[in-house]
Design a protein around this ligand. Structure first.
Ligand SMILES: [Zn+2]
Length: 177
């Protein structure tokens, strides 16, 4: 067993990638080495340099406020697209409305909750690589939704946007979330 662990550790150290991290993490959990599992998560998270969600894929603008962006799914390729609220960029989406469907903020799913996942070190592009996520072989990640109001208003300075569905506001996998 020890040699297996050493092999998995060496593999993770060499690649630092999510699949070797997830395999090592589950092995550590299985043998009850929770301290090393926790250290592994911290190491993985601290070594991540993530592509940002704060970038419009059409005009290229970067804004610090995630509320300035909306997310769309390409129904043909299944890719996701982050677009700013500039009318030119939204017009481009309108002109391709057969191809793109908006992903509501509260309904993005793991790796695609725009408010919660944007800053998360376990996000890989639009996927969640946290080892506790059920689809990564874990026991599940708790995501909290804002249940205080049926809808929330977000002020953008010049106009307000009402979000009619309860947004995901935190995830146990993203400590900053
Ligand atoms: Zn834009």
């Amino acid at each position: 067993m020890d040699t297996d662990i050493q092999k998995l550790k060496r593999n993770y150290e060499a690649t630092k990638d999510s699949s070797s991290m997830i395999t090592l993490y589950h092995t550590l959990i299985r043998i009850g080495n929770l301290d090393d599992a926790k250290k592994l998560l911290e190491d993985f998270a601290s070594n991540r340099v993530l592509a940002t969600f704060h970038l419009c894929k059409i005009c290229g603008i970067t804004l610090s406020d995630i509320c300035q962006y909306r997310m769309w799914k390409n129904l043909r390729t299944k890719d996701y697209l982050i677009v700013c609220r500039n009318s030119k960029c939204l017009n481009w989406i309108d002109n391709h409305s057969d191809t793109f469907k908006e992903v509501e903020w509260s309904r993005g799913g793991p790796g695609r909750f725009i408010l919660v996942c944007g800053s998360c070190p376990f996000r890989e592009n639009f996927d969640c690589k946290h080892p506790d996520l059920t689809s990564n072989g874990g026991t599940g990640l708790e995501v909290k939704f804002d249940t205080s109001l049926p809808s929330i208003n977000i002020n953008f300075g010049t106009h307000c946007k009402t979000i009619s569905n309860r947004p995901a506001i935190s995830c146990i996998g993203n400590k900053k979330g």
